[in-house]
Design a protein around this ligand. Sequence first.
Ligand code: OXD
Ligand code: MN
Length: 593
Amino acid sequence: MTENKYVKQWVAEMAELTAPDAIVWITGDEEQTEKLRKQAVASGELIKLNEEKLPNCFLHRTAVNDVARVENRTFICTTKKEDAGPTNNWMSPDECKAKLTPLYKGSMRGRTMYVIPYSMGVLGSDFSKIGIELTDSIYVVLNMLIMARAGKKCLEQLGDSPEFIKGLHSKADLDEENRYIVHFPEENTIWSINSNYGGNVLQGKKCFALRIASWLGRKEGWMAEHMLILGVEYPNGEIKYVSAAFPSACGKTNLAMLVPPEYFKKQGYKVWCVGDDIAWIRPGKDGRLYAVNPENGFFGVAPGTNEKSNPNALATTKRDTIFTNVVHNLDDNTVWWEGLDNNPPKNAIDWKGNKWDYTKYDKKDKSTCGAHPNSRFTAVAKNCPCVSSEFDSLTGVPLEAIIFGGRRAKTAPLVYEARSWKHGTFVGSIMASETTAAAAGAVGVVRRDPMAMLPFCGYNMGDYFGHWIEMGKKLTNAPKIFHVNWFRTDDEGNFIWPGYGENMRVLLWILDRCAGKAEAVDSAIGYLPKAEDINVEGLEGVTLDTIKELLVVDKKSWIEDLDSIKEFYAKIGDTIPKELRDELATLEANLKK
Ligand code: OXD
Ligand code: MN
């Protein structure tokens, strides 16, 4: 399929190592894809679902020990340890290859090696970067064909260039003890072995589009961020774009596909989704930042997705979707998950492949769930009812604002604005979320997750902050940076802000600030809205006083937070840029004034 000597030589070397019985090049043609689907159904890797209710949809179950990303087995392999930094696991490239090569030896024997050429970013755009993933998993092939622009056309774009990301994946024996997800950023290489779970093995996503791309972005002067991108359309047809980063369990996918409240819909407001997870961002000639979603699909968490929480995501999954680890409803050959509706199927198989007794289902006991809490849908972005018309843009969308968020019961107000790019970088660097009862471990523990990139930054976190500062220097018209918190609670622990579609009201204040249409008040932590500038028209139960309460800067909890920020900065060490240390000192002085 290609005459590229670098590709041919590398594929031959990897085939020699892994010894597959056959090699199949993925063309991206529907005919080949359909043949692979049929083959996966025949082998039992996929179950074909009800063609009338869920056309071209399939169900897959992973091994029970292989259901999530494995951060403790994820490594950044740079020559110098300090380039990976203290927040990444590190192995030297030589040590890592010596350890993993024997695991790959003959690992594809009796199997087919699929060669998947793919592009992250729209082919033909400045953003597009080519990867090739070699895998012995047909499930990976079919997912990659949804999640990335894949096939022959990517090799055509590559031509005879050696510039592609070399990815090697083998399920091997799915042995947990020898499961590794490793990155060699100096060699544009990703290896993953002994897993077949999406986040570990759909290499275009976290491995390439975040870890390797963040490294490339620093080298080449752009940014790879763990951010959604959305556009707010005004009644006059104008569309303004923002990107936003949140740690997990903060409703990122819901925000990306936000449904405006009736009050705004009636006036003609709309929200368009450009991306739900990753943004590649470059400075334009006009000194602004432009963003694209490098992916082509959504790899979303199923549980909790329903008609109310995210009707757009739900609609996206109604065709051409691969479901992983959800409940199989045998009565009509469809799927179900906790939080979809209140009608669990009576005749069903759980994510482990066992008969599921819905009468034993207890919300508080995860072991009784029919769907795995991290069960997923792999869905085509273009099937989303609110997909942006700029989804295939070659130039990206101009960002008015960058939004950071977290789940904080008391500390962070509903929204505040950073005073500058430098201050905004600081705000991103101290991002944090409190653990909820849904996660294992203690409730209310603060976890720092700067820019939501802690598990995804392919190099030293302090250098990453430095790169943010450097990028800001190049921008004559930088987006404004904001922080939001939808999760403030009252003394009884109830959420004060209704969230979901109502978050639109906060987005509109943010965009008004960017357009110079709203005022703000300075505070110890940054600029706050005037309470009356958050529009609560048509919103029941929320008054001006509620907004005032949501905007209080609780100095006591901020002062307590300072210690945890300092501890986190100390962990990262000397690479933290001076600009951020200065911002921390300013924050402390402001709070103690
Ligand atoms: C994801 C994640 O799956 O961030 O997107 O973990
Ligand atoms: Mn993510």
